[in-house]
Design a protein around this ligand. Sequence first.
Ligand code: NAD
Length: 257
Amino acid sequence: MSAAGKTAVITGSNSGIGLGIAEEMAKAGVNVVLNSFTDSQDDHALAERIGKEHGVSARYIKADMSKPEECRALIEQAGACDILINNAGIQHVAPIAEFPTEKWDAIIAINLNSAFHTTAAALPMMRKAGWGRVVNIASAHGLTASPFKSAYVAAKHGIVGLTKVTALETAQEPITANAICPGYVLTPLVEAQIPDTMKEYDMSREDVIKNVMLQRQPSKEFATVEQLGGTALFLCSDAAAQVTGTTISVDGGWTAL
Ligand code: NAD
């Protein structure tokens, strides 16, 4: 695995998929930089635990991905960025006519614009190092749509487009850019949607999971953060050197429907 010994910066990685990817990267010998917008003892302790457990360098850097200058500062402070995982993301669900403008702006800033800023800051470092991997965490909603998720779907389709442009601009260099498109993964982001959906449909938690969330996921199983970490590691391997500008779905068959 050519990724061992490299440094990965993972945005939005004190929870959920980002944390899962950080753990899998560290397990494979990759040094990791964790990030979120908070700066708590727990955040730093998390990085320390991962570093000790896997014998790699692990740091936590606070940076708010809704702010362009903090996105760029994250990469600069990391000092090295061989692998960039653009993962930070938020969700808000409402019909377009009622969708709050500030929620639209926040989702586009965090889920899409941040990846532009981090990529812009990381590419010169990757070029200098002579190797690089950009892995954008898109979504099944980067390829298909659902009602009431206008900002999220727009941002995720946008990040798939950004991935393709990044790949074309680096096509003749030892740098690749790809997007992973997960279906539903049981993380705090998804957990937070369950109570409202239970109320909306007057359903039990189990019915919401099976008949609403996993309704479009033919496997009827959540994808796991470990599986997403494994997919990200594959994209960082020698075997994936010619895999660029594409999407990999980890969605239990959702986008095959
Ligand atoms: P999560 O809520 O568990 O994690 C989101 C992470 O982003 C957290 O670490 C949070 O602190 C961070 N974050 C939020 N706002 C931030 C900001 N302003 N600056 C820096 N960090 C910020 O959610 P998750 O499910 O792990 O989602 C991670 C990514 O995966 C998102 O981009 C999401 O859209 C995508 N995704 C999730 C699912 C799913 O089913 N969970 C499916 C497809 C795609």
